[in-house]
Design a protein around this ligand. Structure first.
Ligand code: BGC
Length: 542
């Protein structure tokens, strides 16, 4: 469960969410049925990139509380069986970070200057793409104090650290140890493909970048064996695979599956399973002790970097007709507005998220169907305050509405008076309660998290069907059949399941038994946008 402290709950009514507020809402998160919290950056920062512009690594932004609050939060989360993932943003810092201030004043070539990447001209590494296309013209920015250009893959106020300087890696490992010593369970490695620059390359995924990751992992293995590294590498599957490392995995334990995400939306738009089955086919095996992290939405734009130009145009036209919804190479909308509040489609995509191979990541508020505000700058429109109740400011804060860190959503369809935790908690049919039930069902079966995946190939391409299968150490096997109708019309499909002849498909949400599987193709009909999860049970166990 991914959240921003600033937008979750404000305990001191200054208009900004804080650690104490988050602690008071931990029961809500635990009751949802998730097991891990991923916190967006909460460090001192000018917040020109919502905290990814870090000005001090080993501290808490005073707006969010103190180090003591952070410590208390970790303890309280652990008490409820929740693990904590924080951000390790090491590609860049804020230009306000003392390392950068020192570097720009230091002598050329000195160790202090070399904490960052400098050049006398802005043509070096010209084969490198610009990521924040809507704001940046170049990956170089002139620094009048240093009298040189500095390198940045993101905003021009975020200089990239220079990992060719061994002091940088040492300092970064110090930061990592600081948070692990405090009790953090995992670290999301932000923007990890861009650590190293080399002439004549596109400066992504370089072997030397992987060497840095191996050094970071070695530190974890030596001193923190029960902690986890999660790679944010927005790359194609074959370029993401190396972030798990070699052999048993000597880099990250987990990595986000970026290409799968837009293809779930694509399948829905095209009413065809092909985009999903195609990317699953291209997804390489990963070491047995590693795991994908999968997601539908997060705090950023819905990135369309990992699709072809034609696919991007198709998705933009379908999901972001309003150009204000587009930013960089993506779409700044939340899940519910992307799907026009269509419960069937929200449930369908969520069912895919919860049943595909990998650990599902939920973005705060999407469990309610929260809306967004595309009139806010950058990606702030998907980072608005959590909607707790119909009270002032959605129950997020009792501050004057003008003081709030971001305005809450107030439109008639998605506003806090309509969409909020309090109302949905009392409504047995709410999206919130549906999500809770889905998470509870998912947790009963290990096959979802650990099982293998095999896609079936019914001739009806509007039907996506796959088998998740897991055998535990005692030799007990769980088989789950997932079937989804990605079309707006009712569909029938014939599934070749003869290898499971005699098994009885038991629908997992309602518990009803379907006719046993035989030698002939198994006939299923599905209403528009419907999905089924079946446990294939032995007849004698029925
Ligand atoms: C984060 C973004 C951020 C960028 C640059 C990312 O990958 O997820 O929110 O803007 O890094 O810091």
């Amino acid at each position: 469960y991914q959240l921003h402290i600033k937008s979750f709950f404000d305990s001191n009514n200054d208009g900004i969410g804080d650690f104490a507020g988050l602690i008071s809402k931990l029961d809500y998160i635990a009751e949802l049925g998730v097991n891990t919290l991923w916190l967006l950056p909460f460090y001192p920062s000018p917040r020109r990139d919502d905290g990814y512009d870090i000005a001090e690594y080993k501290a808490v932004h005073p707006d969010y509380g103190s180090m003591a609050d952070a410590r208390r939060f970790i303890a309280e989360a652990h008490k409820r069986g929740l693990r904590v993932i924080t951000e390790l943003v090491i590609n860049h810092t804020s230009d306000q970070h003392p390392w950068f201030q020192r570097a720009r004043h230091a002598k050329r070539g000195s160790k202090a200057r070399e904490f960052y990447v400098w050049s006398d001209d802005d043509q070096k590494y010209d084969g490198t793409r610009i990521i924040f296309l809507d704001t940046e013209k170049s990956n170089w920015t002139w620094d009048p104090v240093a009298g040189q250009y500095f390198w940045h893959r993101f905003y021009s106020h975020q200089p990239d650290l220079n990992f060719d300087n061994p002091q940088v890696l040492k300092a970064v490992i110090g930061v990592m140890r600081f948070w692990l010593d405090l009790g953090v369970d995992g670290l999301r490695l932000d923007a990890i493909p861009y650590l190293i620059e080399r002439d004549g390359t596109n400066n992504e995924n370089l072997a030397e970048t992987h060497d840095v990751l191996k050094a970071i992992r070695a530190e974890i293995d030596a001193n923190y064996p029960d902690r986890m590294l999660l790679a944010e590498a927005n790359q194609w599957p074959e370029d993401t695979r190396p972030y798990f490392g070699e052999g048993d995995g000597d880099e990250c334990h987990m990595a986000f599956h970026f290409p799968l995400m837009p293809r779930m939306y694509m399948a829905l738009a095209m009413e065809d399973r092909f985009p999903i089955t195609d990317i699953l086919r291209q997804t390489p095996e990963i070491p047995a002790n590693c795991q994908w992290a999968i997601f539908l939405r997060n705090h950023d734009e819905l990135t369309l970097e990992m699709v072809t130009d034609r696919e991007r145009d198709y998705l933009w036209n379908y999901y972001a007709e309003d150009r204000r919804a587009r930013i960089n190479l993506g779409i700044r909308r939340r899940l519910a507005p992307l799907l026009q509040r269509d419960r069937r489609r929200i449930e369908l995509l969520t069912s895919l998220l919860l049943s595909m191979p990998g650990t599902p990541t939920l973005y705060y508020g999407d469990e309610l169907g929260m809306g967004d505000n595309i009139y806010l700058g950058d990606r702030d429109g998907v980072r608005t305050p959590m909607q707790w109740s119909p009270d002032r400011n959605g129950g997020f804060s009792r501050a004057d509405p003008q003081r709030l860190v971001l305005p809450p959503i107030m439109d008639p369809l998605y506003g806090y008076q309509t969409v909020n935790v309090e109302a949905q908690s009392h409504d047995p049919h709410s999206l919130l309660n549906w999500t809770r039930r889905m998470l509870a069902v998912r947790k009963q079966q290990k096959a979802f998290g650990r099982g293998s995946l095999r896609t079936l190939t019914p001739s009806n391409r509007r039907i996506l069907a796959y088998i998740r299968e897991y055998t535990d150490a005692d030799g007990n096997t769980e088989v789950i059949l997932c079937v989804a109708n990605v079309s707006r019309a009712a569909q029938a499909a014939e599934l070749e399941l003869s290898q499971y002849a005699d098994k009885v498909p038991v629908e997992m949400l309602g518990g009803s038994a379907f006719p046993p599987i035989g030698q002939l193709p198994f006939l299923l009909t599905l209403p528009p946008y419907a999905f089924y999860w079946f446990l294939l049970a032995s007849r004698d166990r029925m």
